[in-house]
Design a protein around this ligand. Structure first.
Ligand code: NDP
Length: 295
């Protein structure tokens, strides 16, 4: 494998966590407080439990506090809104993360929009979405969703100037595709978003200098979808049967890594690409929130 082509998410995330740890230390000294993230998890979805555990571990490793609020699947929406209200008012809490998805009887948008925008570590509140969309100076007052922010920071490690590049983003979700498009537009990329209703996706991706795949379909993006020399960011996390170990599973992305490696100039692996960056960006957003709350 050509190691030079790998965008090492683990390493870039580790560097970002180290930078964030420095900010945590300075915050503690300056304000005699510990930056604190409140994590709200409803139900027992195993994947969500793993994410939350990892986020908590990494936050503690860089000196932050984490307050866990684990609630039963049957929790009433009013009780969840009351908890968020308490966390909004609690001066010790700087960032609030509500792990998605929420059970179907709860209106996720209502819950996200009940978070005080200055504590919205995930950057999903409508006010922060609006600020990200307007861009410019408002980017200093918003929180950018962690996964696209992580992708963006990895891209910036590969290309100093993204201006004029054609980026094709596969997927238009509010948590990845749309905010990714805004970040790249802000960098003066030409941005195309494709989705499940797009015709001839491959024709569009073949024109791209940058492809960001955020779909949730294992190994969908093949070698002949990618222009020679393009940069490929794979957001997908898909658990599939292990080809060599019957009964076992493994994680793969939305990109057929083994095929695409031969044409891409740079590519993120799964695991070890976007995943670690998402968590590092959550910690960055939480400390930035803590600092902003003191201003
Ligand atoms: P969503 O399911 O919310 O969105 C998927 C998007 O892909 C939709 O816009 C959908 O189109 C589009 N899509 C589905 N099928 C096709 C297709 N055949 N061709 C083209 N587009 C298609 O997913 P998320 O954005 O939340 O997540 C995407 C992937 O990224 C998942 O694998 C998820 O696990 C992973 N993920 C990884 C994270 C990380 O930290 N690494 C964080 C968040 C997500 P339409 O809108 O038309 O339905």
């Amino acid at each position: 494998m050509d190691e030079n082509k790998l965008i090492d998410g683990k390493k870039i995330a580790s560097d970002l966590r180290a930078e964030t740890a420095v900010k945590v230390e300075a915050f503690k000294k300056d304000f005699n407080k510990v930056p604190t993230l409140a994590v709200v998890l409803v139900g027992e979805d195993p994947a969500s439990q793993v994410y939350v555990k990892t986020k908590t571990k990494m936050a503690k490793e860089i000196g932050m506090d984490v307050e866990d609020h684990f609630l039963d699947t049957s929790v009433a929406e009013t009780d969840l809104l009351k908890l968020i209200d308490d966390l909004n008012k609690n001066d010790k809490v700087n960032g609030i993360l509500v792990q998605l998805p929420l059970p179907s009887h709860i209106d996720s948008r209502a819950i996200i929009d009940s978070i005080d925008p200055i504590k919205d570590a995930d950057g999903f509140h409508a006010v922060n979405v609006g600020r990200n969309s307007i861009g410019g100076e408002l980017l200093n007052e918003t929180f950018t969703p962690c996964t696209p922010l992580g992708c963006y920071l990895m891209l910036k490690k590969s290309v100093a100037d993204l201006k004029g590049m054609h980026a094709v983003i596969i997927g238009r979700s509010n948590i990845v595709g749309k905010p990714m498009a805004q970040l790249l537009l802000e960098e003066s990329c030409t941005v195309t978003i494709v989705h499940s209703k797009t015709r001839n996706i491959e024709e569009l991706t073949r024109q791209a200098d940058i492809v960001v795949a955020a779909v949730g379909r294992p190994l969908m993006v093949k070698k002949d979808w990618i222009k020679e020399g393009a940069i490929v960011i794979d957001v997908g996390i898909n658990r599939v049967d292990h080809p060599e170990n019957p009964g076992k599973t493994k994680l793969v992305g939305d990109v057929d890594f083994d095929e695409v490696l031969s044409v891409a100039s740079a590519i993120t692996p799964v695991p070890g690409g976007v995943g670690p960056m998402t968590i590092a960006c959550l910690l960055k957003n939480t400390v930035d929130a803590a600092i902003r709350q003191q201003q």
